[in-house]
Each structure stands twice: as structure tokens, then as C-alpha cells.
Design a protein around this ligand. Structure first.
Ligand code: HEC
Length: 212
């Protein structure tokens, strides 16, 4: 009878110990869940409303624009923070997703958009398999810049160059239909005509076929 009582007491002590350690574990665990990057068509708008860095634009869907700018301006390269958005032309976007989303791309998700006056449509999105208007794979071209530059190509980061120059990318930015009025500079119309011609005669595709 006494022995049974002792076992009962022990069980009670063990139970209390378990409860209190579970409580202290809960207290040690951060209360807020890791931030989730929700992306839909409304996430993207006029490229020129983003923050310019050199010849491209950045933003942060979680509000950490300082972190994104710090990474973009780091002379030694840096890992972009979660939520970062990077764009060179209105129709192509890279978004830094939650840590562990897709290790092969260091959590970058690639987007191809269709844009017009009314806004953006997501034509394609994904990680290693998004094909751009030149029939190229975003990931394949950007992967040489993986080390140090977190997949951001710019110039001199090891990526194969794209067949369009900054005059053309600037003209595309200044004529983004989502911005309302275009802000064309002299020479932009010519750059856009040249670009359309290159795409329509398949020069850019041929250039890529030679590359791979
Ligand atoms: C033929 C290779 C190639 C392909 C294909 C390609 N890119 Fe790029 N991308 C580049 C290069 C090179 C640059 C840098 C160009 C520059 O700044 O002059 C660049 C620039 C960018 C930038 C600006 C930041 C940076 O890395 O400099 C973004 C964002 C981007 N590309 C997204 C995409 C997306 C999204 C796709 C697929 C839909 C794609 N790219 C396909 C080579 C490529």
C-alpha cells in the first residue's frame, strides 16, 4: 500500500518535471513564425517605383529595403535578405524566398511576367526551370555568379553576357507600360527598335544556341 503510494508520488514528480520543462522550452522558442513572402501579381508594379542601384532596381517585399540595398551595394558581394526583389527589365524578376525554400538557387525564385497598362501577369515562375523570352534558362545563366554574388550577374560576376546592353535595358525600364507615361531619353526609341528587330529575326536565340 505504502509502496504504491510512493510510485504514485514519483509519477507525479516526473509529470510535474515534464510539464515545467515543456513550459520553459515553449518560453525559449521565439513566438513569431519566420516571415513568409507572399507573391502574387499585385507584388509587381512599375519598375521605376523600385529603388535604383546602378543600372537595375531593387525592392523588398518584407520591408527590409535597407538590407537589400546593403547587399546590392556591398563591394565584396553579399547574400541578399529574404523578400529581396531584383529587376533589370520589366518582365524578369528574381525574388529571395524563405530560407530553405530551394537550396540549389540559394532560395531565389525566378519570374517571367507579362506587363501592360493594367499591371503584371505571372507567365512563368519557379526555380531552375523558368525560360526567358530568349529561350534561355534563368538559372543556367545566373549560376556562375552563385559564389560571392548570390546569383546576381551584373558585369564581371562570371555570367555569360546577355546580347542587350544598358542602353536597351534602360529604354525598357523607361517604357515600362505599368508606369503610365513613358520617360524616354534620346536614343531610347532607336534602342527599342533595334531590340525588337533582334528578337524578331531570332538573333538573340541564335546567339544563345551558339552559347550552349
Ligand atoms: C543568356 C543568359 C541569361 C538568361 C537566360 C537570363 N539572364 Fe538574367 N541576367 C544575365 C546577365 C548577364 C545579367 C547582367 C546584365 C547586365 O547587368 O548587363 C542579368 C541580369 C538579370 C537581373 C538583374 C540582376 C543581375 O543579376 O544583374 C535579373 C533580376 C535577372 N537577370 C533575372 C533573370 C530571369 C528572371 C531570367 C529568366 C526569366 C533571366 N534573368 C535569364 C544573364 C541571363
Amino acid at each position: 500500500m505504502e509502496a504504491a503510494l510512493m510510485i504514485g508520488q514519483r509519477a507525479m514528480i516526473l509529470f510535474i518535471t515534464l510539464i515545467s520543462s515543456a513550459a520553459s522550452y515553449a518560453a525559449a522558442t521565439p513566438e513569431s513564425e519566420p516571415a513568409v513572402v507572399n507573391i502574387d501579381e499585385a507584388s509587381f508594379s512599375c519598375i521605376r517605383d523600385m529603388t535604383p542601384v546602378r543600372h537595375f532596381y531593387v525592392d523588398n517585399l518584407l520591408g527590409d529595403i535597407e538590407g537589400t540595398l546593403a547587399a546590392a551595394n556591398s563591394p565584396e558581394g553579399a547574400i541578399y535578405p529574404t523578400g529581396s526583389v531584383v529587376q533589370l527589365v520589366p518582365t524578369e524578376v528574381m525574388v529571395k524566398r524563405e530560407p530553405g525554400t530551394f537550396p540549389a538557387t540559394s532560395d531565389w525564385e525566378f519570374f517571367e511576367l507579362e506587363v501592360d497598362k493594367s499591371g503584371s501577369k505571372i507567365a512563368k515562375r519557379g526555380f531552375v526551370d523558368v525560360v526567358n523570352r530568349f529561350d534561355g534558362n534563368c538559372f543556367a545563366c545566373h549560376v556562375p555568379a552563385k559564389e560571392k554574388w548570390d546569383f546576381i550577374c551584373e558585369s564581371g560576376h562570371g555570367c555569360e553576357p546577355i546580347p542587350i546592353d544598358h542602353k536597351m535595358t534602360g529604354a525598357l525600364q523607361r517604357s515600362d507600360p505599368r508606369c503610365g507615361e513613358t520617360a524616354l531619353e534620346s536614343g531610347d526609341t532607336m534602342a527599342l527598335i533595334k531590340l525588337k528587330l533582334m528578337v524578331s529575326i531570332g538573333l538573340t536565340k541564335k546567339w544563345l544556341e551558339e552559347l550552349f
